[in-house]
Design a protein around this ligand. Structure first.
Ligand SMILES: [Zn+2]
Ligand SMILES: [Zn+2]
Length: 330
């Protein structure tokens, strides 16, 4: 990208808009049934897992480990959301964290407006290329490079398969309607999660925690937590911060499919002062200040939070070595 700031251009987004119009027409033609809606919900949940656990927490942040085979499964699931290729997505997301809400951020709503951050940037011709230098660790797998380049193919194959096995109505709801929900839910993390919600940790960006977004995206809405400690596989730090993708990953860990899950250390989570009175926690100092030294409101918030929101189980030890039965990915 060079020179001028890229801008939201209507013409760049015609494919995106056309997909919406086509979906409305297809829904009118296909009608609706409870079965089709249930299938849509199933596809949404499955593919959202591919985006949040795969594209985001694994490929962009390497917050857990898995086998090369399951790594491919995660990439394939995420690719079904047609949000471009896995390496393209993860490399741009790493850049978002490096320069969040600063000049170099590719999708900051604070700097370039809501529509640019929501969809303009992903459809812009200025950001078509994969930044392979930014994702060298994953770009060394030829199957991922192939999938990155042919990211439309799995979606096309899924459409054909659903149409020929379950029929036209299931195709429309399970592949088209679900994709629109997946797009907007995911894109809301880039746009709304930097605009609406509570800031409880001090970060250099405008990231926010938003319970509605967290429910829509299986845990990604705890975005201020995530920007504060992006290495963590768990984004809902507190027991009440629902993080469905993390729960599923814990289940997969229990059966040995994934391992080495990086949890947030207790001192990171305890830097939280609560969302009341707009208190913002700082990174914990070596010697924490005594309660008496805090502002009265801050001290009251700490007491209140400690009383109602105890930290869950202590973080279990991270596996040093993968199970011997799996082919570990370095
Ligand atoms: Zn991230
Ligand atoms: Zn962000």
């Amino acid at each position: 990208m060079s020179g001028d700031k890229p801008k939201f251009r209507f013409a760049d987004n015609l494919v995106f808009l056309g997909f919406h119009v086509a979906t409305v027409v297809l829904v009118a033609l296909a009608g609706v049934s409870w079965g089709a809606v249930a299938f849509m919900a199933l596809m949404y949940a499955l593919i959202m897992f591919g985006i949040t656990a795969g594209y985001h927490r694994y490929f962009a942040h390497r917050s857990f480990r898995t086998s090369r085979a399951f790594q491919f499964v995660l990439a394939l699931l995420g690719t079904l959301a047609i949000q471009k290729g896995v390496l393209w997505w993860a490399a741009h997301h790493r850049r978002h964290h490096r320069e969040s809400d600063q000049e170099g951020d590719v999708h900051s709503p604070v700097r370039r407006g809501f529509w640019w951050s929501h969809v303009g940037w992903i459809m812009s011709p200025d950001f078509m290329e994969t930044d392979f230098d930014g994702i060298k660790d994953m770009a060394r797998y030829p199957e991922l490079r192939w999938l990155n380049q042919h990211f439309i193919l799995p979606f096309a194959a899924m459409c054909a398969l659903v149409n020929f096995t379950l029929g036209f109505q299931y195709l429309v709801w399970g592949c088209f309607v679900s994709t629109i929900f997946l797009w907007h839910a995911t894109f809301c993390i880039n746009s709304m999660a930097h605009l609406l919600g509570r800031r409880v940790y001090e970060t250099t960006d405008q990231s926010r925690n938003n319970v509605l977004l967290a429910l829509m995206t299986h845990g990604e809405g705890w975005h201020n937590n995530h920007h504060y400690y992006a290495a963590s596989v768990r984004q809902g730090f507190r027991w009440w911060q629902v993080d469905l993708s993390y729960m599923v990953l814990c289940a997969l860990e229990a059966v040995g499919v994934v391992w080495g899950l990086k949890r947030p250390p207790a001192e990171v989570v305890d830097g939280w002062l609560g969302g009341v009175d707009h208190l913002i926690a700082r990174r914990p100092a070596a010697t924490p200040a005594p309660l008496g030294a805090m502002a009265p409101a801050a001290a009251a918030a700490v007491v209140a939070v400690a009383a109602v929101a105890p930290l869950g189980a202590p973080p279990p030890a991270v596996h040093d070595a993968p199970p011997s039965t799996s082919t570990a990915v370095e």
